[in-house]
Design a protein around this ligand. Structure first.
Ligand code: FAD
Length: 376
């Protein structure tokens, strides 16, 4: 990692977000989605496809510290981070890793320029935690797959032009009956629901998707039929690492904001932060957040060295997001009523934090992974 280059990149992200995000966030939150102009400008500024090879228009920065710096700056700017992370960290990386040359040329330049927006669709109305229970089917008919089913809670669900969709196909071996298809905007039989109203991440367009005899060209299959679970196992560490990056950055932001608050706000003739109980709460949080930062850096280094296992990624996702919720809760309490206002920074972070132990695999699912690795 080149510290100077990384800091330059941070400044680039910060300047960009101050100019292209901060003035519009309230408007995007009211609309429930980020404007397409933002995506195009982010592409022009080199913030999309950070890890994608230059030949496909990407930033050619495989060092994950860069993607994490963008996450940190998105959080500091209070910009809805999941929309960018899904696009950048999740979908572009699946196409880069498993796509054919033709697919990479067809989609990656548009994703990097922000002309195409991407989503990943796994969760369904009847099941989220167990991806083996998929009900969306894809039946091969000549040059097409006939897709039927639905997806729920999909980030970028309204804006997305490309949807990396998990579908059920015939089992090639026991437990290998899931495939990944890119479903494109405009295909007949593909419709979307309204953006779902959420308690947090309000500018993130989360929607349901419906496939009704939707004919998807076979050339949109990512990798081989039936190996979707295997590809997910390969892609999960990155997705969970990115969620952990959000957790640590948000916890740091909440703690810093709360420290400022408790030094100013007074009760019983003294500052809130001077009561022993509150000093001890903050001392504990400060220690745990510093551990989280070290843990995250170590995990990013492992990811860069290609030694981050699925279980290691589950561990950091579990620990950092549960910590984030704890920090959010304690910090909101220290703000008193002011923290409960929906436009307060701490109130917003608290609501955003609550989704973090749910998407990308719930905390309970993480514990299943971890305990299995312990022979339990
Ligand atoms: C803001 C937001 C954005 C999202 N974005 C996306 C997206 O882009 N793409 C996508 O595919 N999905 C997305 N999701 C969906 C998310 O991944 C699912 O909500 C999540 O996987 C949980 O699935 P579920 O909601 O169906 O919960 P369920 O599977 O119904 O689980 C309900 C509860 O039961 C618990 N549970 C389940 N199994 C066990 C077990 N074995 N032991 C103990 N407890 C268990 C769960 O942990 C959870 O607490 C998003 C969700 C949110 C909130």
């Amino acid at each position: 990692m080149q510290t100077n280059q990384l800091e330059q990149f941070r400044q680039q992200c910060r300047d960009f977000l101050a100019r292209e995000a901060t003035p519009y966030i309230a408007q995007w939150e009211a609309a429930g989605l980020v404007s397409r102009e933002f995506w195009r400008h982010a592409g022009e500024a080199g913030l999309l496809g950070i890890g994608v090879e230059a030949a496909y228009g990407g930033g050619a920065k495989p060092d994950y510290h860069y993607a994490n710096v963008l996450t940190e700056e998105l959080i500091k700017a209070q910009m809805t981070a999941p929309v960018v992370i899904s696009h950048n960290d999740v979908i572009a990386s699946y196409i880069s890793t498993h796509g054919t040359e033709e697919q990479k040329q067809r989609w990656l330049p548009g994703l990097c320029r922000g002309e195409l927006i991407a989503a990943i669709a796994v969760t369904e109305a009847n099941g989220g935690s167990n991806s083996a229970e998929l009900e969306t089917t894809a039946v091969k008919e000549g040059e097409y797959y006939r897709v039927n089913g639905n997806k729920r809670f999909i980030t970028n669900g309204i804006n997305a032009d490309l949807i990396l969709t998990a579908v059920k196909t015939p089992e090639v071996q026991r437990g290998q009956g899931m495939s990944l298809l890119i479903i494109e905007r405009g295909l007949p039989g593909f419709t979307r629901g309204e953006a779902l109203e959420k308690i947090g991440w309000r500018a993130s367009d989360t929607a349901s998707l419906f496939f009704d005899d939707c004919l998807v060209p076979c050339k949109n299959l990512i990798g081989h039929e039936g190996l979707g679970n295997l590809y997910f196992m390969g892609g999960m560490p990155r997705e969970r690492l990115s969620i952990s990056g959000v957790a640590v950055a948000t916890a740091e932001l909440m703690l810093a904001t709360t420290l400022e608050w408790v030094k100013k706000r007074k009760a019983f003739g003294q500052t809130i932060g001077s009561f022993q109980h509150n000093r001890f709460v903050l001392a504990e949080l400060d220690t745990e957040v510093k551990i989280a930062r070290l843990y995250l850096n170590d995990t990013i280094n492992k990811f860069n060295e290609k030694t981050l296992s699925v279980v290691d990624a589950a561990r950091i996702k579990l620990w950092s997001t549960e910590l984030q919720i704890k920090v959010a809760d304690r910090c909101l309490q220290l703000h008193g009523g002011a923290g409960y206002l929906s436009d307060s920074l701490i109130g917003r972070c608290w609501a955003n934090s609550r989704a973090q132990t749910i998407y990308g695999g719930t905390s309970e699912v993480m514990k299943e992974f971890i305990s299995k690795s312990m022979g339990l």
